[in-house]
Design a binder for this molecule. Structure first.
Ligand SMILES: Nc1ncnc2c1ncn2[C@@H]1O[C@H](COP(=O)(O)OP(=O)(O)O)[C@@H](O)[C@H]1O
Ligand SMILES: [Mg+2]
Length: 267
């Protein structure tokens, strides 16, 4: 758990225990390791050979055109798909929900209990996640995203964008150590995108590691430390944004994206 890693300067009396625990945590600075991942669906190879790491505490941008395999990679990482080959590890192990790491996942396909009210739904999940003041937390979040007047509205009476905000609230309420957001701002206007970006940045500052899937390159430039650009089942670009730009001799991610995808498909 996160508390363990913050204990190096702790009380001297039980220092030995704390150092042992911290050393373990500190030794692993990659929260995610993907090694030679391959994914084949029936006759379709979606991922050919993909290796990358996500470092603890960073915001990592997972980029690529529609159908390039971003969602598939995340689903495999979370154990929802079985990889054809390769290793996908979270904290050094294949992910299992019982693991001692909190993961928040905002899937691309979203769904909530649609017949319940917004506030009842949020309180239900807040209790499940052990939030101290479920109603207070939920109402604060709703007012932050401009939904305070919809607290008692049934979920299925909300617009898609509104539902998306509620689901984001549920995903972030326990400040997960690892937060995976699959196109969180899809279909949002600029004002709402900005609010969402602020919420993500706040979690990052509190220490969460974030994987952000998005098609908005300005979000990537603003938030991400490193990126991976998927094409033809491989990493067409990978690394710190500045380094990737140097490599491609281009000054914007948008141009890099266009150049990579403008190039002819590999045989
Ligand atoms: N369960 C599945 N069965 C068969 N094909 C799938 C399945 N899931 C994803 N795919 C295919 O894998 C490819 C990548 O999809 P996806 O990972 O959703 O792309 P992205 O998220 O980058 O837009 C697509 O061609 C998609 O049709
Ligand atoms: Mg997707």
């Amino acid at each position: 758990m996160r508390a363990e890693s913050a204990n190096l300067t702790g009380d001297k009396r039980d220092r030995s225990i704390k150092i042992t625990k911290s050393a373990k945590t500190v030794a692993r600075d990659n929260i995610i390791e993907v090694k030679h991942y391959k994914m084949v669906f029936a006759d379709k190879t979606v991922i050919k050979d993909l290796s990358f790491e996500v470092k603890k505490g960073e915001v990592f941008g997972l980029l690529g055109s529609n159908g390039s395999g971003k969602t598939t990679t995340i689903r495999t990482l979370l154990g929802l798909y079985q990889a054809t080959d390769g290793k996908l590890l979270i904290n050094g192990k294949p992910f299992s929900p019982e693991d001692n790491i909190s993961v928040g996942y905002l899937p691309e396909e979203r769904g909530l209990y649609k017949k319940e009210s917004v506030i009842d739904t949020m309180i239900y999940f807040a209790r499940l996640k052990g939030i101290k003041n479920p109603r207070e937390w939920s109402m604060n979040f709703l007012s932050r995203v401009g939904l305070e007047d919809s607290a008692k509205t049934r979920i299925d009476k909300l617009s898609q964008g509104m539902q998306q905000k509620v689901q984001l609230g549920i995903t972030v309420m326990n400040e997960p150590e690892l937060l995976i957001l699959d196109e969180p701002t899809k279909g949002f206007d600029p004002v709402n995108r900005k609010i969402l970006m602020e919420i993500i940045e706040e979690l990052h500052k509190k220490g969460s590691t974030i994987i952000l899937i998005t098609h908005y390159m300005n979000e990537v430039e603003d938030l991400c430390d490193r990126i991976l650009l998927l094409k033809d089942g491989k990493a067409a670009a990978y690394g710190k944004i500045d380094e990737v730009k140097k490599q491609f001799k281009l000054s914007s991610l948008e141009d890099i994206f266009v150049q990579v995808y403008g190039a002819k498909e590999e045989a």
